[in-house]
Design a protein around this ligand. Structure first.
Ligand code: AMP
Ligand code: MG
Length: 318
C-alpha cells in the first residue's frame, strides 16, 4: 500500500537550520535564478506571452501516477492545488490573439513516500510550461533544444565560478538531441530502461511514445502510439521534461478518459469546451527548474540542497 508518511523520521530544528545554512543551497538558488532569468529572456525574444500562475482551480492535471489529494472547499466548490497548468495552457489558447504562451508556476504534488529518496522528487516544485497553437511535437522539441542551449549559454555567462565548481568543463552546447522510442529502449534494456539509458548517456535525449494521461494525443494513423516526448537528462539524472501534442477531439478524449480511468464528472466544463470543438490544436511541454539545476550542479538529492526541504512523505518545520 502506498503511504504518505516515512516511518520513524523525525525532523529536528537543528537539522532544519543546518539545511537552511548549507553552502550548496546558495549555489543551487543562483543557478535556478539564472535559469529563470534566461527562460524569461528567451521566451520574450521568441514572442511567447507569459501567463501568471493559477494555483487553485476546479480542475488540475490528473497525472499518470497517484498522489495524495490536495484540495480545499471554497465558494461552494472544491478547488485543487495546481499539479500542472496543462488545462489552463490549452484554455488560454482559446484567445485568438494568443499563438504561444509560457508559465513559470509552482506545482504542488503530494507524492507518496515511496518517492522520498529518488533524489528528484519534491512535493512542491516549479515548472516552466509552454504551449504553441497549431504546432507539432517536432516543432516543440526543436524549440526546447534551442531553449536549452540558450539557458546553458546564459548560465555559463552569468555564473562561471559556480558552474566551474560542479562542471569544470562548463555547460555544453548540444546539437539536435538523439531520439528514442520507449518500446525500443525497453526491448534493449528491460523495464528500467529510462534509468539505464540515462546513466549511460553523455547528452540529454528524447524519449517518445509513453502511454499516459488522456490529454496526450494518440496518433490517428497509429492507434496505441502517443504523440508525446520526454527529455531525459544524462548521467543518471533521469526525466527532466514531459510534453505532447494535445488531444482536442471530444470523442477521442472520452475514449482516452475511459482507458485512463479519469473522472468525466470532474471535467464537465472542460469536456463541454471540447464538445463544442473549441479546444485548440496545440503542442507543448514543461520542465522542472529544480531538476535542471540538479543536473547542472550534479546534485545527488535535490531535497538536500533546497532551503526548505520538501521531501515526499516527510514532515518539515517551515
Ligand atoms: P510531468 O508533466 O508530470 O512530467 O512534470 C513535468 C516536469 O516537472 C517533469 O519532467 C519534471 O522535470 C518536473 N517534476 C515533475 N514532478 C516533480 C516532482 N515531484 N519534483 C520535482 N520536479 C518534478
Ligand atoms: Mg513526466
Amino acid at each position: 500500500m502506498q503511504t504518505d508518511l516515512i516511518e520513524d523520521i523525525k525532523v529536528s530544528l537543528d537539522q532544519t537550520l543546518g539545511q537552511l545554512r548549507g553552502p550548496a543551497v546558495v549555489d543551487v538558488l543562483k543557478v535556478q535564478q539564472a535559469i529563470i532569468r534566461a527562460v524569461h529572456q528567451f521566451m520574450f525574444e521568441r514572442g511567447l506571452v507569459q501567463l501568471m500562475p493559477v494555483m487553485l482551480s476546479p480542475i488540475t492535471d490528473p497525472l499518470n501516477h497517484g498522489v495524495v489529494d490536495a484540495a480545499i472547499s471554497y465558494a461552494g466548490g472544491r478547488w485543487s492545488l495546481t499539479k500542472s497548468m496543462i488545462f489552463h495552457k490549452q484554455l488560454a489558447l482559446l484567445n485568438p490573439e494568443l499563438e504561444s504562451l509560457y508559465i513559470v508556476s509552482p506545482n504542488v504534488r503530494l507524492e507518496f513516500a515511496d518517492r522520498a529518496f529518488t533524489g528528484r522528487h519534491l512535493f512542491e516544485f516549479t515548472q516552466v510550461d509552454f504551449e504553441f497553437w497549431d504546432k507539432d511535437g517536432a516543432f516543440v522539441r526543436a524549440f526546447m533544444e534551442d531553449l536549452l542551449n540558450y539557458v546553458f549559454w546564459a548560465v555559463n555567462r552569468d555564473l562561471p565560478e559556480t558552474v566551474a565548481k560542479y562542471r569544470p568543463e562548463g555547460l555544453p552546447a548540444f546539437g539536435p538531441l538523439e531520439v528514442f522510442r520507449t518500446q525500443e529502449l525497453e526491448a534493449q534494456y528491460g523495464p528500467d530502461y529510462e534509468h539505464l539509458k540515462s546513466k549511460e548517456a553523455a547528452a540529454p535525449f528524447w524519449l517518445l511514445n509513453h502511454r499516459r494521461e488522456f490529454y496526450d494525443k494518440e496518433d490517428p494513423a497509429n492507434p496505441g502510439t502517443y504523440l508525446n516526448y520526454d527529455l531525459i537528462w544524462p548521467e543518471g539524472f533521469g526525466e527532466g521534461l514531459s510534453g505532447a501534442e494535445r488531444e482536442n477531439e471530444y470523442h477521442q478524449i472520452l475514449k482516452r478518459m475511459d482507458e485512463t480511468g479519469a473522472s468525466k464528472e470532474a471535467f464537465t466544463h472542460y469536456l463541454e469546451v471540447a464538445r463544442q470543438q473549441l479546444l485548440p490544436l496545440s503542442a507543448g511541454a514543461g520542465f522542472g527548474v529544480e531538476r535542471m539545476a540538479r543536473y547542472i550542479c550534479r546534485i545527488k538529492d535535490i531535497n538536500d540542497v533546497t532551503p526548505f526541504c520538501r521531501r515526499p512523505g516527510m514532515p518539515a518545520l517551515f
